[in-house]
Design a protein around this ligand. Sequence first.
Ligand SMILES: [Fe+2]
Length: 506
Amino acid sequence: MISSDVEPFIGIFSSLAALGQINVEVWNATKPVFSSVSRPQEISVSREARDFAGRVRRRATFQHAVFGDQRHVFGMPVNNGQEPIGALIAYPANADRGSNCAIFDEQQETGGKDMERLLGHMAGLIEQRCGTQTEIESLASELSKALEDIYVYSTVAGQIKTLKFPGHKQTDLAEDIMKAMRMDLVFIVMPEREDNNVIVSRKGFCANQRDLESFVKNLNAAILRDTVQEAEDYFMINDSSQNQVFSRLHSNAYRFLAVKIQHENNLYGWLGLVSFKTDEIFRRSELRLLMSMAEQLALVLFGSDLYYDLERLLIHVVKSLVFAIEAKDVYTRGHSERVSHYCMRLAAHLGLDDKEKKVLQLAALLHDIGKIGTPEQILTKPASLDNEEMKRIREHPQKGYNILKPLEKLSDSLPGILYHHERYDGQGYPSRLKGEEIPFQARLIAVADTFDALATDRGYRAARSPREALAIMEKAAGTQLDPHCVALFKEVINQDLKVGDNVQDC
Ligand SMILES: [Fe+2]
């Protein structure tokens, strides 16, 4: 290290030599690493010089000696902090000058005080340089680790931001962590949200998926058993072969780090890493990074809990409203719940996503909410309705729309409510929309609504069997109802009939 540290001083040393009076050598622990003498072979490696350099280093103070050729030699130790790392040696540039060299003669008279000062300055500069170099190297190493962490974090941060539960993006997050942190296995385990659990591993980590799941399960059970570290926010094993419990879980030695996924007092589970590289250890910065990721994950979970609490509250309020309307008419009690159930069966059959399902569910539950303003005697009339009564009844989709329009949370469900009485042939109400002009959710609700109306008792007629109801609906396909939706509905109901569900009681 000392050889490169003197490079900046070559100019000074060479200028001194050029004055023709002093040669300067820098020695490390064993040999000279620099000499101001222009011809390298002249670098002094005599036994006398080696002994003198060793003496300077050992005694760690300024030294003066006279060699056998009468040459005066001066030496100053070079330290790195408290540690002596070499020696700075000065002697007359020309051996023949010997004591004729004025500067050395003067030094002899003054006890070498000026030479001590000069070498002291030079050694001080080299020491500063050494210190700076060490600091730079340590900073560079810190910087490189920090950059690696930033890289890992930036790779996974995008995944965290877009995480939604329930969802499957946490698998992408685990895979990114595995790749960026060069791990062999990454898991997210949450006992109360098993649907969100994720295990990703490199090929061959375990013989098969069952072994892999069992390894992670045992690993988590072992964490919980370890009461010593339970209070900590993380759990770390740097070499499983040194631990009786953990060494039994896998035939290869591994290191293991897991951090708690928690927010405030909610502990959701553990985010864990496993690596077979036991010659490395988990760095403090890696622990900090993983904890920060787990915290973000917990925040997303906490946020999604709040979101789902609001969703549940909304559904609860909606159901109470519907119950209030249906309480007016014994024949339609439970109708909206059943229509919603059929719509959810259709949604699952169609593979709709969570958001589309929620929109359809709310629309189905609320499709008749406008009847809240319809007189009870019209709703419960056991005979056919006259024109005026029919007009009042036909107002309910628009009334429902008007009631719910101010609620932003329900805005996507409004088309299903407003248009559930439109007919495929354009003869429906309130807007006489035709075919695919009618929003898809409204066409689905129309099918489910019709089936439930046919398959339950009404004041003016008895319930049809599911098969009879389906047959009637097939006749109405293309006129009243969307034929594609009727076909889909038939598939769903037939599946239910095959497994023995009582469709009327759904
Ligand atoms: Fe209706």
